[in-house]
Every structure is written in C-alpha cells, then in structure tokens.
Ligand binder design. Structure first.
Ligand code: NAP
Length: 525
C-alpha cells in the first residue's frame, strides 16, 4: 500500500481543499510525496456526525466484538509490512530498529487493550442489593457500571509516529472504552498516519462496525484541531505535544457550552537525584547510564532526563567529568522535524548564553540538516531556584546538572519543581534515609518514581503511570500509557431500582458476562 494523500472520514477517502501539508525527510530536508491538502470545518462536522451515529451502537458492542476489533487493527497494521517501516523512517529520521520496535509496541498495546476489554474489570460492576426490611429506612436496589463518554478527538504525537499516533495509546484506550475516535493527524508524518489510518479503516469494515468508529483528518491544528475540540459531539480529547498546544486545547475545551476533559501530555524535565552514597560508589557507572538515556533517540522523549541534581563535591565533579566525556563522544542524530530542531537549537542557545550557566560538554556536531548535538550544562542550586527559565524543557538531548550545597537544598530544589512524568533516585542502601525524606515530595511532583533506573523506556502494562501534575499533563489523576488509560474515557452510571428487563447485561442477576463484581461491598470472582 502506498499513501494517497487523503484524509479518511469513515470509509471514505477525502481530499481536502485547504493549505497543503507535506512531509519533510528531516535527514535531507527534502519534501516527500504525496501532498496532503488540509480539510475544512465542514469535514470536521461530517466526521463528528458519523462518530455520533456510530457511538449509538459501538458503545454497546459486546466485549468479544470490541476485543476482536482491536486485535484486527493490530493485524492490519502488521500486514502493512515494510512499507510502513520505510515510510515512517523517511518521515521521522528514526532508525529501522526503533520503528520496528515501536510497531511491535503499538500492536502489543492494541492486544493488551483487547485482553482488558474481555476481562471486563473496567466496567467496575457494583451491586448493593435492596434491603427492604432495613430500619429506619429501607434500601432500594443499586447497581453501577462504567459507560463510554462518547466520540474522542486524538492528536497524534510527533515523537512516536506509531505508538502515540493514529493507532497509539490514546486511540487504543478510547476504542477499548467504546468511544469512536477522530484523529487529527500530526503534520510531521502524514504518510505514516494515512497508512495506519487505512489499517484501522479496514479493521472497522472487516469487523462490520459502523463506519464512524474511526476517522483521520489532515489539516492545521489551529483550524481543524480547534474546530474538532469545539464540536459539541466530541466528549474528550487525548493529546501529546507542546505545552502551548495542549494548553490552547484545554482552553477551548473549557470554554465550550459543555466543557469536556482534555488529557494532554505536555512537558517534563524528569529530574534525576544523585544521592551521596551511590555517587561515591559508582559515579562513572551512573554517568554512563545517564548519557545513554539522555542521548537515546536524540533525546526526543517526554521522559528524557533533562535535570540532574547532586550535592557539590569531588563525587559530583567525578560524575560531571565522566558524563561530559560521554557527551563529547556522542554522535549527532537527526531530529524529527525542522521545527523541533529549531526549538532545540534555541533552547540550547539560551542555556549557553545564560550568565549563571556553565557548559560542561557538547556532543559531536552532525553533518546533515536538523542534527541534534547533545549538550550538558551545570548551574548552582541557588541560581536554579532563582530563575524559572532554568526549569523549562529543552526537547532533545540537553540536560542541566544542579549543584546543591547540601541535602536540605536538594529537597528545596525538589520542592521547587513543576509537575513531572518521572523522578529518579540513584541510590545505595546508605542513601535510604535521604531517599525517604525526598519521597513524599516526589510523590506530589511526579507520576512515576524510579530507583536506580532511567526514565526513558516506558513499559506498557497494568501498573504503569505515564502522567503527573501540570505541566507534565493536564490531569494528574490518569495515565496515557498502560491499561489504566481506559478509565479516561469512561464514567460511572448508577441504576437505581431498575426492573430486570431494563438492566444492561453487565449488571444482570447471575452475572452473565462473568465479570468481577463488588456485591454488597464484597469482591466476587
Ligand atoms: P505541537 O506543536 O504541540 O503539535 C502537536 C499537535 O497539536 C499537532 O497536530 C498540532 O497541529 C496541534 N496543535 C499545536 N498547537 C495547536 C493549537 N494552538 N490549537 C490546536 N492544535 C494545535 O507539538 P510537536 O509539533 O509535536 O512538537 C513541538 C514541541 O512539543 C517540541 O519541541 C516539544 O517541546 C514538545 N513535545 C513534547 C512531547 C512530550 O511528550 N512531552 C512530545 C512531543 C513534543 P499542526 O499539525 O497544525 O502543527
């Protein structure tokens, strides 16, 4: 299959008439065919109408039908074969192994959600049977289940062209919840988006689902993206990208006559705390692991370790020297888009020019266009605490070492941080009391706390939290990775004293779906 340059509205391929989106191969700077003419507001309305119509039946599709659909999407993506891998490589500059790994993760994620749908735990069935004899007041029969919110708008991310894009985590979790999805494609990888979109479209047809379960729109975020979020039929939004983009969509969602939730994953600098005993024992080893995580994928991960915090002294100096050497030897890598490269160059330039910041090392300069040259800087904790500009994300392989006078100042730095996706402790046994004193602070700041690992690499599983307080995300109560992501697109409904004939299958006596239930406060199954 080759990309055709069309949007997908239900089962139709639609060519827009607005400004053209054109993929750029970031390794050469050359445009890639075909052109993607952007859609207009009418196309958004059409996709939303179809999604609304589809919702009426898709929301009540059986657990088995919905799970089979998700598995079919995965199989259809795999059936795209090398064409998908080659297109994604050309549009992103990412190496083959990374794209192949990401395809595996994307399909694994869809299959994980299929198993979650079948298990039915997400329905969260509760039943408090009637107590007609209760004194002084009898209790009526009360039952609860979760239902899907309605059509969901998904904004694909630039940095994961498969796993956080058209059929990525947001789409998989919304479809699993029973919500139709309309994707606003990321303009950086339109061909990849169309190929994956056609795979989802084909799965919709093969599973005999209503066509409006899935649409894929190309066009400007400020125009069709905004129109999509403002459309009254859209009931929730999934987004991964910049703080500016996510915040703009939050504002639109909140100013609708009916405000809706926006699950935006935006910016995080992922602090790493180097605790004294660990630093004393293995500064070189920690430095090696740190630079590996920092430079992986040209640092274009939301979990990239952009901040390292330690107590001043020979051990921190040894760490900085070893990390600096590794950064100096690191090869330049092509960044995802000219825009991301320009933003990275600006951020590194601002740090280099900052009067209170010292440059520790720069990586190798690349030869082609849009090359990420890794950068490591250092500043005192006092200066870091005094200047909010030093807390900003530099998206790419750049990091800042913050030198504290003592452990009390390290805790002050932790307290001063904005919300984060992750916080990491490099620690040995002797550091346990220090780690214990940091933990309550880090729990308030981050969605995931790690010991002796590196934040890059996010396992797709049941216990994962890829979330955190603003600006890491717009809603710290949820995760965008892992099976718990389904809860973003559900809400509870209580059925009070409904006759048996009106109860949904999940709530009927005899538990015909065989799902776990909380009956009179006790877990069954
Ligand atoms: P972006 O500029 O926020 O774009 C993401 C998506 O949102 C695109 O589809 C874009 O549409 C749309 N959009 C942007 N601003 C909008 C607005 N005001 N209203 C409606 N839609 C809007 O992010 P990006 O292009 O992926 O990367 C730029 C920067 O985002 C990076 O340099 C980095 O700082 C950050 N980023 C963070 C993460 C993370 O995981 N935390 C991941 C990727 C990027 P268009 O197609 O029209 O641009």
């Amino acid at each position: 299959m080759t990309p055709q340059g069309t949007s997908l509205i239900g089962q139709q391929a639609v060519t827009g008439g607005q400004a053209v989106i054109r993929a750029i191969d970031p390794s050469t700077g050359e445009a890639l065919a075909p052109d993607y003419p952007g859609l207009d507001h009418n196309a958004v309305v059409q996709a939303c109408e179809l999604a609304e119509t589809a919702f009426a039946s898709y929301r009540e599709s059986s657990l088995e039908d919905r799970a089979t659909f998700l598995e079919t999407v995965a199989s259809e993506i795999e059936a795209l074969g090398d064409a998908l891998v080659e297109r994604a490589m050309a549009e992103t500059g990412l190496p083959q192994a990374r794209i192949q790994g990401e395809r595996g993760r994307t399909c694994g994620q869809l299959r994980l959600f299929a198993s979650v749908v079948r298990a039915g735990e997400w329905l969260d069935v509760r039943h408090d049977p009637a107590l007609p004899e209760r004194e002084p007041m009898p209790r009526v029969d009360l039952r609860q289940r979760h239902v899907p919110l309605g059509p969901v708008a998904v904004f694909g991310a630039s940095n994961f062209p498969l796993a956080f894009s058209v059929a990525g985590g947001d789409t998989a979790s919304a479809l699993a919840a029973g919500c139709p999805v309309i994707v606003k494609a990321h303009s950086a990888h339109p061909g990849t988006s169309e190929l994956v979109g056609r795979a989802v479209q084909s799965a919709v047809a093969k599973c005999h689902l209503p066509e409006g379960v899935f649409s894929l729109l190309f066009g400007s975020g400020r125009e069709i993206g905004q129109a999509l979020v403002a459309d009254p039929r859209i009931q929730a939004v999934g987004f991964t990208g910049s703080r500016g983009g996510g915040t703009a969509l939050m504002k639109t969602a909140q100013s609708r006559p009916q405000p809706i939730p926006v699950y935006a994953e935006m910016s995080s600098i992922n602090p790493v705390f180097l605790l004294p005993e660990a630093l004393k024992a293995r500064a070189d080893q920690i430095a090696e692991g740190f630079v590996g995580s920092l430079t992986m994928g040209a640092g274009q991960f939301c979990t990239n370790p952009g901040l390292v915090i330690g107590v001043k002294g020979p051990e921190l100096d040894a760490f900085a020297e070893a990390a600096g050497k590794a950064v100096t030897g690191s090869a330049a890598q092509t960044m995802l888009t000219p825009g991301i490269h320009a933003a990275y160059a600006d951020a590194v330039g601002a740090l280099a020019a900052h009067a209170k910041v010292r440059e520790v090392a720069r990586g190798q300069a690349g030869e082609g266009p849009h090359q990420c040259q890794a950068a490591l800087f250092a500043a005192s904790a006092g200066d870091f605490l005094a200047d909010a500009a030093l807390h900003a994300e530099a998206f790419g392989a750049a990091s800042l070492i913050v030198e504290c006078d003592d452990l009390a100042q390290m805790r002050s730095v932790a307290e001063a941080l904005e919300g984060q996706l992750t916080a990491t402790l490099q620690m040995d046994d002797g550091d346990t009391p220090t780690a214990k004193s940091l933990l309550p602070i880090l729990e308030r700041k981050a969605g995931r706390i790690l010991a002796n690992g590196w934040p890059t690499g996010v396992e797709v599983c049941h216990a994962m939290v890829h979330g955190g307080p603003y600006p890491a995300t717009s809603d710290s109560r949820t995760t965008s990775v892992g099976s718990a992501a389904i809860h973003r697109f559900l809400r509870p409904v209580c059925y009070q004293a409904l006759p048996a004939g009106l109860l949904p299958e999940a709530l009927q006596d005899g538990n015909p779906l065989g799902v776990s239930r909380l009956v009179d406060g006790k877990r069954e199954i």
